[in-house]
Ligand binder design. Structure first.
Ligand SMILES: Nc1ncnc2c1ncn2[C@@H]1O[C@H](COP(=O)(O)OP(=O)(O)OP(=O)(O)O)[C@@H](O)[C@H]1O
Ligand SMILES: NC(=O)c1ccc[n+]([C@@H]2O[C@H](COP(=O)(O)O)[C@@H](O)[C@H]2O)c1
Length: 174
């Protein structure tokens, strides 16, 4: 039995993340999805709470033949103890998946195997692109699973993101 660990901020969970999960599913029996920066929300970079991101992921993966666990992971001031912190919050795992250079380095230094994946359609499948389209009224719905559209609508997520992005840009001008 192999259990994998895939960490991301998932702001929001998009079709690039979904493709990565589909690829990981060929390798593992179970997958932990670490919700990174779990303590952050209501900002332009991190608009959605950990609970909202858990809903997006759980509902997007409900029809997949894979046991998944979504676990919130708060950020820490010290990178040197971050892997221990992750391990303290997550079910045990055998291999970590990430394309983030710092995450890869920290896991490898701790002796944990890390596998990377290709980037899927990265020109548009990027959290910042999805959030920009949400703010500007563009087509973000085609970049995320249908379940994410429903969750964002349920929480009035577009209105929230537009409001916090206004607040963030006004603060930057002060
Ligand atoms: N299109 C994609 N294809 C494959 N992996 C991806 C893709 N987009 C993100 N990832 C990977 O998924 C993990 C989590 O990514 P993250 O939640 O930061 O999304 P992001 O799209 O990079 O968002 P942001 O633009 O907000 O930083 C990272 O390892 C990232 O490299
Ligand atoms: N010291 C720390 O708290 C620390 C170190 C490395 C990664 N992380 C987190 O791991 C997540 C990595 O996800 P992304 O690949 O989506 O950036 C982020 O939430 C990031 O903040 C935190």
């Amino acid at each position: 039995m192999t259990r994998g660990f895939y960490i991301g901020r998932f702001q929001p969970f998009h079709n690039g993340h979904l493709s990565m999960v589909e690829q990981i599913a060929d390798d593992v029996d179970e997958l932990v999805l670490g919700i990174g920066s779990a303590d952050d929300s209501h900002t332009t970079r991190n608009p959605f709470t950990a609970g909202e991101r858990i809903m997006m992921i759980t509902k997007s993966l409900v029809d997949y033949d894979l046991v998944t666990y979504a676990v919130p992971i708060e950020d820490l001031e010290r990178n040197s103890v971050w892997v221990s912190h992750v391990q303290s919050m997550s079910p045990d795992f055998d291999v970590a998946y990430s394309n983030n250079p710092l995450v890869i380095q920290l896991f490898r230094e701790a002796g944990i195997e890390v596998r990377q994946s290709p980037m899927f359609n990265r020109e548009v499948l990027e959290g910042s692109e999805v959030r920009e389209r949400m703010i500007s009224g563009g087509d973000w719905e085609s970049l995320v699973p249908e379940a994410v559209v429903e969750v964002v609508e349920e929480m009035n997520g577009i209105e929230r993101l537009q409001m916090v992005s206004d607040t963030d840009s006004n603060a930057n001008e002060d």
